[in-house]
Write a protein that binds this ligand. Structure first.
Ligand code: NAI
Length: 354
């Protein structure tokens, strides 16, 4: 398949293919845009069945990163790397060093971070070979754990959504369904509990639901019942594509605000939510705390600056909700527009990371 004709090609600035015979490395790095700064996005390692699948992921995910950084007002562009291989079997130091060299050939136009298939143990190995890496704990730098700022952004964004749709300043007394009690979801649940919200929760991990029941008085539902549970707000913090043809007609929530990536099965599901009067906080806008934390490592921002930027997620969502009302468009479309406007405003001159 030619890259230019690939269905997910969107005028990406560069798509680089790397092959290192000695280590077995096969990787694709896609740079969607450097309009706002160096292209940043995680490395995904996955046993792709075909090169086309790997290319599709790199193209689609790098574009998503351009939008995510732009909507978070960050001086970063969008990129993504995929390493073709089995994360359980194919990781070697030689492969990671060859991968680091691949990143170096882009001379700072791409800065990598962690994604599916990569762990906090792998990142320092790659970092031995490249400085264009962030989003993990590094000596002398701000912490790499992105889940606390992500959870703060979700909490702030959820409150903004509730204010807009339900006209209340606090979640006190609201019934909130939290799907997924991992690093982000548990933190969000705690914040909501502390503000006086009532919680229904679900997770495939029983220890997590037990903790939420004990610590927050949450009612536990089976995982397949949480999305359509009776509630005021649904906070998806587990997996993608949960808002789809099957679930949308059955939703009780009037507000959806959570960290999970790609919550809409397809873009047009944003319109279906709008038609049902459900206010959807676009996932990549509300979960921007993660990329803000990564940017903090690249630009050496302190925790106060991270928090200041995370709090602006509320302002961005307010703008999205307002424009969605005025223009009569779904919130996900408005978010895309705002991101595109922000990308278009800046000089299209690439600036590499130092
Ligand atoms: P995590 O892996 O710590 O937590 C996910 C939780 O969802 C786990 O407790 C897991 O058991 C649960 N889960 C899995 N399948 C489920 C199901 N069918 N029903 C209910 N629960 C289920 O991940 P983390 O870091 O908390 O992230 C949550 C979501 O937010 C993910 O979609 C992630 O991509 C997204 N996100 C996370 C960011 C971060 O900084 N951690 C940044 C931006 C997005």
């Amino acid at each position: 398949m030619s890259v230019f004709e690939a269905p997910d090609f969107d005028h990406h600035e560069a798509v680089a293919f790397f092959d290192d015979k000695a280590s077995g490395l096969r990787a694709i790095i896609a740079i969607h845009s450097t309009a706002l700064g160096p292209a940043c996005g995680g490395t995904r390692m996955f046993k792709y069945a075909t090169t086309e699948e790997a290319l599709t992921d790199a193209l689609r995910l790098s574009r998503g990163m351009s939008y995510k950084s732009a909507i978070a007002n960050l001086p970063l562009g969008g990129g993504k790397a995929v390493v073709i291989g089995d994360p359980a079997r194919d990781k070697t130091d030689a492969l990671f060093l060859a991968y680091a060299n691949a990143i170096n050939t882009l001379a700072g136009r791409y800065v990598t971070a962690m994604d599916v298939g990569m762990t906090a143990k792998d990142m320092p190995v790659i970092a031995r070979g490249t400085k264009y890496i962030a989003g993990f704990d590094q000596p002398g730098k701000a912490g790499g754990d992105s889940s606390p700022p992500t959870a703060l952004g979700v909490f702030i964004g959820l409150k903004e959504a509730v204010k807009h749709r339900l006209g209340v300043d606090s979640t006190k007394g609201l019934l909130i369904a939290v799907q997924g009690l991992g690093k982000v979801g548990m933190n969000v649940a705690r914040r909501l509990h502390e503000e006086g919200a009532r919680l229904v929760v679900a997770d495939v991990n029983d220890a997590s639901t037990r903790h939420a029941a004990d610590a927050f008085g949450a009612k536990v539902l089976p995982p397949d019942a949480i999305v359509t549970a009776d509630c005021d707000v649904l906070s998806p913090n587990a997996m993608g594509a949960i808002l789809n043809d099957v679930t949308i007609p059955q939703l009780h929530a009037r507000v959806i605000a959570g960290a999970a990536n790609n919550q809409l099965a397809r873009d047009e599901h944003g319109k279906a939510l709008q038609a049902r009067g459900i206010l959807y906080a676009p996932d990549y806008a509300i979960n921007g705390g993660g990329i803000i934390r990564v940017a903090a490592q690249i630009y050496d921002w302190n925790d106060a600056e991270v928090e200041r930027r995370v709090l602006t997620i509320g302002d961005t969502l307010r703008e999205i909700f307002h424009r969605a009302d005025v223009e009569g468009l779904p919130t996900n479309q408005i978010a895309d527009r705002i991101a595109e406007e922000r990308m278009a405003k800046k000089p299209a001159q690439a600036k590499a990371a130092e």
